[in-house]
Design a protein around this ligand. Sequence first.
Ligand SMILES: Nc1ncnc2c1ncn2[C@@H]1O[C@H](COP(=O)(O)OP(=O)(O)OP(=O)(O)O)[C@@H](O)[C@H]1O
Ligand SMILES: [Mg+2]
Length: 386
Amino acid sequence: MSTMELKTMRAAAGMGDATGADWVSLNARQRCDEASEFEQELFKRIVAQDDAVMALSQIYQVYLAKMTLPSKPLGALLFLGPTGSGKTRSVEAAAEILFGDSYAMVKVDCAEFQHSHEISKLIGSPPGYLGHRETRPILSQEILDRFHTLQNKLTFVLFDEIEKASDALWQLLLGVLDKARITLGDNRVVDFSSCVIVMTSNLGAREMAEVTEGKVGFTRRFEAEPELDARIERIGVEAARRKFSPEFINRLDKIVVFRSLSEESLRRILDIEFQIVQRRALMSGGGNFVLSCAERAKDFLLAEGFDRRYGTRPLKRAIERHMVIPLSNLIATKQIDVGDVVYVDVDETGQELCFKKKPCSAVMEWTQSISGGRGGRGGSAQPLAA
Ligand SMILES: Nc1ncnc2c1ncn2[C@@H]1O[C@H](COP(=O)(O)OP(=O)(O)OP(=O)(O)O)[C@@H](O)[C@H]1O
Ligand SMILES: [Mg+2]
């Protein structure tokens, strides 16, 4: 449609004054079905980081509306916040939902590119230079596009720990954010306009932890949660402004500050992790059993794995040590039979988890039905209980 035609249509519609009764109010916050489903799935996987979930689903909705620019990436987000709070996991979960695989993304660990010459691993070397042809660039168009499906032609590109990037990597990153283009060593141009660029950093995390734990200023107990959240957000954004250049900050769509996880959030994450352990057991082939867990056992794991400073990291270690390793021993020594219910509880000393089993005909039937369909392996079947 030409500009002239548009002007004529505007005049015919009597635009300029939208006060008449025939104007219908619109809801510019509504999500379409696909974006809403994506958001709900992210909420199921990511606990207590609503800003991150909504920033990702907003970008997905802009992608679905085809309102993106060819000269800009689909989105540019900076994730700040403490270790083990879900920064990397949020991107993995988004890839898992859209492409069925949490590895369906391009991940650049900036700590591996602290020297300028290492940039050739990302973009390849120019002709005539050592390594030309031998090193296949990580950021080639084929690699960016390899996970595309008919429905989703977008790519998540994660730059982890960007504060560790060398100057050369910064220049590259600025080019990606600014023009959605980089030129490889052999002069091929790579297009990033279908990419969601997510950068993560722990900048300001120590200061945020001090505030959360009430060591700075007024104490945690007396501070209302929204005020605390706003204060933590300010610390993150200020730390980013101090460290990064205005050119970089101005190219971001949003800075998302991840919160340190409360005990209640970790309890919800524990339930998600149980589902993951159950799925691991199903995928192992020898583990077609159903895991069931006493509340006492969950309390035990939380007590072992709660440390606000390190988020989920100690909790995940506690799950591996107290649950996954003993379960692996039980599977390897064939103490668990197909169709068993395995109950996890705390032993009488209160210092260890203990495991009991009971055959269950319902589980047996279910196991047989999925084995028939998948050649004896658990596939991605959902557990009956957690
Ligand atoms: N908010 C969360 N919701 C659900 N699971 C989480 C969350 N945060 C962390 N986890 C779990 O903890 C693991 C580690 O989290 P993740 O790798 O996302 O931490 P991070 O914030 O990127 O930390 P770092 O700054 O050290 O890289 C994840 O793989 C996931 O299993
Ligand atoms: Mg991370």
